[in-house]
Design a protein around this ligand. Structure first.
Ligand SMILES: [Zn+2]
Ligand SMILES: [Zn+2]
Length: 128
Protein backbone atom coordinates (compact mmCIF):
# COMPACT_ATOMS: atom_id res chain seq x y z
CA UNK A 1 0.00 0.00 0.00
CA UNK A 2 1.45 3.33 -0.94
CA UNK A 3 0.48 6.05 1.47
CA UNK A 4 1.57 9.01 -0.55
CA UNK A 5 0.11 12.24 0.71
CA UNK A 6 0.24 13.75 -2.72
CA UNK A 7 -3.03 15.16 -4.00
CA UNK A 8 -3.04 14.88 -7.75
CA UNK A 9 -6.61 16.17 -8.00
CA UNK A 10 -5.74 19.43 -6.32
CA UNK A 11 -2.74 19.85 -8.51
CA UNK A 12 -4.84 19.29 -11.57
CA UNK A 13 -7.43 21.80 -10.39
CA UNK A 14 -4.70 24.33 -9.81
CA UNK A 15 -3.47 23.80 -13.31
CA UNK A 16 -6.95 24.24 -14.75
CA UNK A 17 -7.47 27.47 -12.82
CA UNK A 18 -4.05 28.76 -13.74
CA UNK A 19 -4.66 27.82 -17.33
CA UNK A 20 -8.00 29.61 -17.48
CA UNK A 21 -6.49 32.67 -15.87
CA UNK A 22 -3.56 32.66 -18.24
CA UNK A 23 -5.88 32.35 -21.19
CA UNK A 24 -8.02 35.33 -20.16
CA UNK A 25 -4.89 37.34 -19.45
CA UNK A 26 -3.55 36.38 -22.82
CA UNK A 27 -6.75 37.42 -24.52
CA UNK A 28 -6.66 40.77 -22.75
CA UNK A 29 -3.01 41.20 -23.56
CA UNK A 30 -3.69 40.33 -27.16
CA UNK A 31 -6.40 42.86 -27.83
CA UNK A 32 -4.55 45.50 -25.87
CA UNK A 33 -1.42 44.92 -27.88
CA UNK A 34 -3.39 44.87 -31.09
CA UNK A 35 -5.14 48.11 -30.21
CA UNK A 36 -1.84 49.73 -29.27
CA UNK A 37 -0.40 48.55 -32.56
CA UNK A 38 -3.29 49.98 -34.59
CA UNK A 39 -3.92 53.26 -32.85
CA UNK A 40 -1.62 56.12 -31.87
CA UNK A 41 -0.93 56.21 -28.14
CA UNK A 42 -3.25 59.09 -27.49
CA UNK A 43 -6.32 59.25 -25.28
CA UNK A 44 -9.40 59.50 -27.45
CA UNK A 45 -11.02 61.97 -25.05
CA UNK A 46 -8.47 64.32 -23.56
CA UNK A 47 -5.86 63.80 -26.30
CA UNK A 48 -3.16 63.13 -23.74
CA UNK A 49 -0.15 61.49 -25.34
CA UNK A 50 1.54 58.41 -23.98
CA UNK A 51 4.91 56.74 -24.34
CA UNK A 52 6.52 53.63 -22.94
CA UNK A 53 7.01 55.17 -19.53
CA UNK A 54 3.33 55.76 -18.84
CA UNK A 55 1.70 53.40 -21.31
CA UNK A 56 0.13 51.43 -18.47
CA UNK A 57 -2.19 54.39 -17.93
CA UNK A 58 -3.57 54.00 -21.41
CA UNK A 59 -6.41 51.47 -21.49
CA UNK A 60 -8.46 49.80 -24.17
CA UNK A 61 -12.14 50.70 -24.06
CA UNK A 62 -14.72 48.59 -25.86
CA UNK A 63 -17.11 50.86 -27.67
CA UNK A 64 -20.02 48.45 -27.28
CA UNK A 65 -18.82 47.46 -23.78
CA UNK A 66 -18.57 43.85 -24.87
CA UNK A 67 -15.09 42.64 -23.99
CA UNK A 68 -15.61 39.53 -26.12
CA UNK A 69 -16.16 41.61 -29.21
CA UNK A 70 -12.64 42.10 -30.50
CA UNK A 71 -12.67 42.58 -34.27
CA UNK A 72 -9.10 42.55 -35.62
CA UNK A 73 -9.65 45.85 -37.43
CA UNK A 74 -9.99 47.53 -34.04
CA UNK A 75 -13.41 49.02 -34.78
CA UNK A 76 -14.64 48.17 -31.30
CA UNK A 77 -11.62 49.57 -29.50
CA UNK A 78 -10.85 53.01 -28.28
CA UNK A 79 -7.72 54.01 -26.40
CA UNK A 80 -8.56 56.03 -23.32
CA UNK A 81 -6.49 57.14 -20.39
CA UNK A 82 -7.51 55.76 -16.99
CA UNK A 83 -9.44 58.90 -16.06
CA UNK A 84 -11.36 59.26 -19.29
CA UNK A 85 -12.06 55.55 -19.32
CA UNK A 86 -13.51 55.86 -15.86
CA UNK A 87 -15.59 58.83 -16.95
CA UNK A 88 -16.82 56.97 -19.98
CA UNK A 89 -18.20 54.13 -17.89
CA UNK A 90 -19.56 56.54 -15.30
CA UNK A 91 -21.45 58.38 -18.01
CA UNK A 92 -22.93 55.18 -19.31
CA UNK A 93 -23.94 54.14 -15.82
CA UNK A 94 -25.68 57.43 -15.21
CA UNK A 95 -27.38 57.31 -18.56
CA UNK A 96 -28.57 53.79 -17.83
CA UNK A 97 -29.86 54.86 -14.46
CA UNK A 98 -31.74 57.80 -15.89
CA UNK A 99 -32.82 55.94 -18.98
CA UNK A 100 -34.87 57.52 -21.75
CA UNK A 101 -38.50 57.28 -20.65
CA UNK A 102 -37.88 54.48 -18.20
CA UNK A 103 -37.24 56.73 -15.23
CA UNK A 104 -38.74 55.02 -12.22
CA UNK A 105 -38.31 58.16 -10.16
CA UNK A 106 -41.12 60.11 -11.85
CA UNK A 107 -44.37 59.28 -10.05
CA UNK A 108 -46.51 60.45 -12.96
CA UNK A 109 -45.40 57.60 -15.20
CA UNK A 110 -45.89 54.89 -12.61
CA UNK A 111 -48.24 52.19 -13.84
CA UNK A 112 -51.41 52.65 -11.83
CA UNK A 113 -53.63 49.70 -11.17
CA UNK A 114 -56.42 51.70 -9.63
CA UNK A 115 -55.86 55.19 -10.87
CA UNK A 116 -57.78 57.91 -9.10
CA UNK A 117 -57.50 59.88 -12.31
CA UNK A 118 -59.07 57.30 -14.54
CA UNK A 119 -62.46 58.73 -13.75
CA UNK A 120 -61.23 62.26 -14.16
CA UNK A 121 -59.86 61.39 -17.54
CA UNK A 122 -63.18 60.16 -18.81
CA UNK A 123 -64.89 63.18 -17.26
CA UNK A 124 -62.53 65.46 -19.10
CA UNK A 125 -63.13 63.46 -22.22
CA UNK A 126 -66.88 63.91 -21.87
CA UNK A 127 -66.54 67.62 -21.31
CA UNK A 128 -64.66 68.01 -24.51
ZN1 LIG B 1 -7.97 60.97 -21.24
ZN1 LIG C 1 -14.37 50.59 -21.26
Amino acid sequence: MSSNSRQPDNARLDRVVADARRRSEQREKTYREQALAIYPWICGRCAREFDRTNLHQLTVHHRDHNHDNNPPDGSNWELLCLYCHDNEHQKLLEAAQRGPGTGASSPGSAPATHSPFANLKSLLGKKK
